[in-house]
Ligand binder design. Structure first.
Ligand SMILES: [Zn+2]
Length: 334
């Protein structure tokens, strides 16, 4: 049993309370390799932002859960070395699919877990979430639950259709389960193809697809039911079109990739939404930089030659999200 506090990680409780009060959101960035982790930590230290390092099932399968756990421990020390005396870093399990998965992460030092029972019948979602909460809270590990279904594909989480969270269920769910935060579905979606072209309109000036707006009425109804309760948005990458263009003009083929416009995320961050998950934008930034570098330098074969600009590009993106979208900068003392 690893005590996450001993390795310098924190849970989400205080972080979320401050974010809800302060009208900003904490970035939750997925990571599965060293360059991503370096970019996340550099960005959060330079902007003095708390940060959530997220590990998905796909990341655990790809990189190994134990290795990722030790990378997070290394991340704390790395942040200190970069000049942040008191880093606020959460190691969070993204989309835990069972009690056993959550337990194994808690036992190895995760400070926060998500149990995603959103695809189960309501009562079963309540039961499994409650079981995880009872176990996690013994060790002061915080738990995120989910109500409602997001469309899209993320690693092994996928659904063809979204179902908005029902505001009439949230009080019962939170009370029965004891969760510390709640992921909701209000029209965000996993992956780089969040909407079909049929769901979008076309901007006459740019010819770009404009996605349908988020259901802020549902968010407001949930906030009324649970005043001040931490709300989480998944699937909140913006799929920057300049990155998509770089990929496509350097041999890639991403057709009609579309994300959530940043002004909508900015608006959400000012509400009870206090954690915003961003994964695809990091993948796009990395891939665009690598494709561009290799196209310009066909003779290069040292991975450091193309991973260095990829890391820089991800870092720039993370800083942009922290400062210009979530507003979580300057929230910790270095
Ligand atoms: Zn998700």
């Amino acid at each position: 049993m690893v005590d996450y506090k001993k390795i310098g990680l924190v849970n989400t409780r205080k972080m979320f309370a401050k974010a809800v009060d302060g009208g900003y959101a904490i970035p939750a960035f997925n990571f599965n390799n060293m360059e991503q982790m370096q970019a996340i930590i550099q960005a959060s230290v330079e902007t003095k932002s708390p940060v959530i390092l997220q590990v998905s099932k796909g990341a655990r399968d790809y990189a190994n859960q134990t290795l990722l756990r030790y990378m997070a421990e290394g991340a704390v020390e790395y942040a200190k070395e970069l000049g942040c005396a008191h880093p606020e870093i959460v190691l969070h399990l993204d989309h835990g699919d069972s009690f056993e998965t959550c337990k194994s992460c808690i036992d190895m030092g995760f400070s926060s877990v998500m149990i995603d029972g959103s695809s189960l019948p309501y009562d079963e979602n309540v039961a499994v979430t409650r079981k995880v909460v009872e176990y996690a809270h013994q060790f002061d590990v915080t738990v995120e639950g989910e109500l409602g279904v997001l469309a899209g594909v993320e690693d092994e989480v996928s659904a063809a259709e979204s179902h908005y969270t029902k505001p009439e269920e949230v009080i019962d769910f939170v009370t029965k389960t004891g969760v510390d935060s709640l992921a909701i579905s209000i029209g965000t979606s996993h992956g780089a193809y969040k909407f079909t072209p049929e769901q979008c309109t076309v901007d006459p000036k740019t010819g770009r697809l404009v996605p349908p707006p988020l259901a802020f009425d549902v968010l407001e109804a949930i906030e009324k039911k649970l005043p001040g309760f931490p709300i989480v948005l998944h699937g909140s990458s913006s799929v920057p079109q300049d990155e998509v263009d770089i990929i496509n003009s350097n041999g890639g083929s991403l057709k009609a990739a579309v994300g959530i416009p940043e002004e909508q995320l900015r608006k959400a961050a000012k509400s009870a939404v206090c954690k915003i998950n961003i994964d695809s934008d990091s993948r796009l930034a990395m891939t665009a930089a690598i494709r561009k570098h290799l196209a310009e330098h066909p003779d290069h074969f040292d991975p450091r030659q193309y991973l260095k600009p990829a890391r820089e590009s991800m870092k720039k993106m993370y800083i942009h999200k922290i400062v210009n979208v979530l507003g979580s900068n300057d929230k910790i003392e270095n």
